[in-house]
Design a protein around this ligand. Sequence first.
Ligand SMILES: O=C(O)C(=O)Cc1ccccc1
Length: 306
Amino acid sequence: MPKLAYLGPEGTFCEAALRIVAPDAERLPCASVTAALDAARSGEADGAVVPLENSVEGAITVTLDELARGRPLLISAEVLLPVEFSLLVRPGTAMPHIKRVYSHPAAITQCRNYLARELPDAVVVAAPSTAAAAQEVSSPGSPYDAAIAPAIAGEHYNLTELGSNIGDRDDTVTRFIRVSPPGPLPEPTGADRTSLVAFLRDDHPGALLEMLNEFAVRGVNLTRIESRPTGDGIGRYFFHFDAEGHVAEARVGDALSGLHRLSDEVRFLGSYPRADRISPELKRGTTGADFAEAAEWLARVRAGRA
Ligand SMILES: O=C(O)C(=O)Cc1ccccc1
């Protein structure tokens, strides 16, 4: 039974995602995304489940930055989890008593309209996770009056739900990933995603366009691109890419080697089945058979047989 670290404590969305991706795994709650990934890196856990992006708020940047640096980890699975937020208080607290609200930054930003409408004067403070906020609010001496967290966290920490489904949109989805130290890749399924990070070799006009071109000319569709600061000064960025397909497929493998040739460093972050099971539509000339036929043709040319 694998042991998987996750952003705890019990009751986070991350735990719900972990239960979907690995129902039988032993769970190791951690205080932060960094701590969960470190547990996977050190061998304290066999892997970790962490949030990567949200359909409303975008990237969970701590995860992007952690995966780009330090000991490499590979993504082996993803989960799309619909997220619904509740306003949770200690029993007996009424709306007018709420002066300080506590929650994970991604939850706070997704409940902006509700907070502006219902609690315009409340101070809103960032917590390490939604369930950490609920746990804190449940302690009698807490300086916080309410937490924004999954309803299940309210049950777990004996809180009362004063508002349910308080997110600005009711179709919000968060994408979580399972990562582990490098090892055999999941087999291609025909509906896969490949994640990677690329660092520019030198800054020049069209540098990003050249990177994108490596995907475009091989018919590889991108599902996410993100620039993140390297930390080495203003204007210095590296890039995260999610692409349709598996590195074992010719067009994806070729695009990655092209990117490798023109980048300072490419860090491969994994090829794994897409949670939505959507297969890419391949343009004529970009299928595996097309690449194989072209390689055979080139071999004939080189052998003087064309
Ligand atoms: O804090 C949690 O419960 C998490 O899993 C992180 C998070 C927070 C808000 C939306 C999605 C994920």
